[in-house]
Design a protein around this ligand. Structure first.
Ligand code: 1HN
Length: 359
């Protein structure tokens, strides 16, 4: 009997139980999980087909107004993170609907947001006293702590992808928010004023030009699709097509050349018809929004020697997520344009970004 109770396993179990009320726990039991050999994300690859999502969005339009909802959004929740309002461990994504005549009231929060317009044209978003009309494929930034509201003065429903760094701010306990107090903020400048100042590879000279002193967020808040699409079309003709990425550009903060926001990196790429991409993996989990074309994403992860493979056939307005350190191959049957965003600026800032191009 003595021999059994003094066995190390028994002694350890007694120690754990005795110290548990003191909020103490042994590292050696969780060391491997805490310091993995490589990332083992709880988030999983997932695809949201627009054909499936759109009817639910329109039903949401019937059961609640934008004003009542504040933001009428269906969250793209990662199947591995249900209940957490997250598409990866660090990022939030959702699809927002605004119907003709509706207003999504003005507020601000410390979370950084970006919009990527998916369907419809003629809604606007207002940021810091200026409106921008939303057209499909436009990439729009709502910097941290800026007043923003949305409206739709067109005659069609408008849907866009919202991406926010909410799970990251939750991790940091750095979330603050305020309501403006009126549905809409006053318009202080005419549309296009921001683009005139920052959208032509130039910047204002005025001593009081309001730029972010830290350069953390781009002073340009709308990157129109027409411009970015034209750049891809020219590069497709004039530049080599990368075997992994096709023709891929990153969006930049024109004041610094860095990422457009401190937490979210954004990209636009063209995969020419017939493209069969090689595999890559990266620590930043990425979310893709299909703008044009059709193709396939093959996403694989090796879990303890067993390969888990997801094959997603995608078309326009579909969304999919490639979690951290999953191998991904992209292919296109027709000319395909993909917008994507990830948490790469955080990985870079912490010096932990890893990217691999595989054969
Ligand atoms: C938000 O402010 C918007 O401004 C969209 O459109 C989605 C999700 C969580 C928290 C705030 C918006 C949001 C959000």
């Amino acid at each position: 009997m003595e021999a059994i109770v003094n066995h190390p396993t028994e002694l350890r179990a007694r120690l754990y139980a005795d110290m548990d009320p003191a909020n103490l726990t042994p590292l050696w039991e969780s060391l491997h999980a805490l310091v993995p050999r490589q990332p083992r994300s709880p988030s999983v690859p997932a695809l949201w087909r627009y054909d499936e999502v759109r009817p639910f969005l329109m039903r949401a339009g019937e059961v609640i107004t934008a004003e009542e909802a504040i933001r009428r959004v269906l969250i793209l929740e990662n199947p591995g993170l249900r209940g957490q309002s997250a598409i990866t461990q660090s990022l939030y994504a959702g699809l927002q609907l605004i119907l003709p005549g509706e207003v999504a009231p003005s507020h601000r929060h410390t979370a950084t947001a970006l919009r990527f317009v998916v369907e419809g044209e003629g809604a606007f978003t207002a940021v810091n006293g200026e409106r921008t009309t939303m057209r499909p494929g436009d990439f729009i930034i709502t910097p941290s702590w800026t007043w923003h509201d949305h409206g739709n003065e067109s005659d069609q429903p408008v849907v866009w992808l919202d991406a926010l760094d909410i799970p990251t701010l939750r991790l940091l306990d750095a979330g603050f928010a305020e309501d403006y107090g009126a549905a809409q903020q006053p318009v202080l400048r005419s549309e296009g004023s921001n683009f005139a100042r920052f959208g032509s590879n130039m910047a204002p000279m005025a001593h009081d030009a309001e730029t972010d002193p830290h350069g953390a967020t781009s002073p340009l808040f709308c990157y129109p699709y027409a411009r970015s699409r034209e750049a891809l079309a020219r590069l497709r003709r004039d530049a080599p097509v990368d075997p992994w990425d096709g023709v891929k550009l990153r969006y930049v903060n024109p004041a610094t050349g860095g990422w457009p926001t401190p937490t979210l990196a954004t990209f636009l790429q063209l995969l020419p018809a017939g493209f069969e991409g090689k595999a890559w993996r990266q620590t930043d989990g990425a979310v893709f929004s299909v703008v044009e074309g059709r193709g396939r994403a093959v996403i694989e992860r090796d879990v303890d020697g067993q390969v888990h493979r997801s094959v997603f056939e995608f078309g326009p307005r579909d969304h999919f997520v490639v979690p951290s350190w999953h191998c991904c191959r992209l292919a296109a049957s027709e000319d395909t344009v993909l917008f994507s965003f990830s948490d790469r600026p955080i990985h870079s800032a912490l010096g932990v970004l890893r990217q691999e191009r595989l054969d």
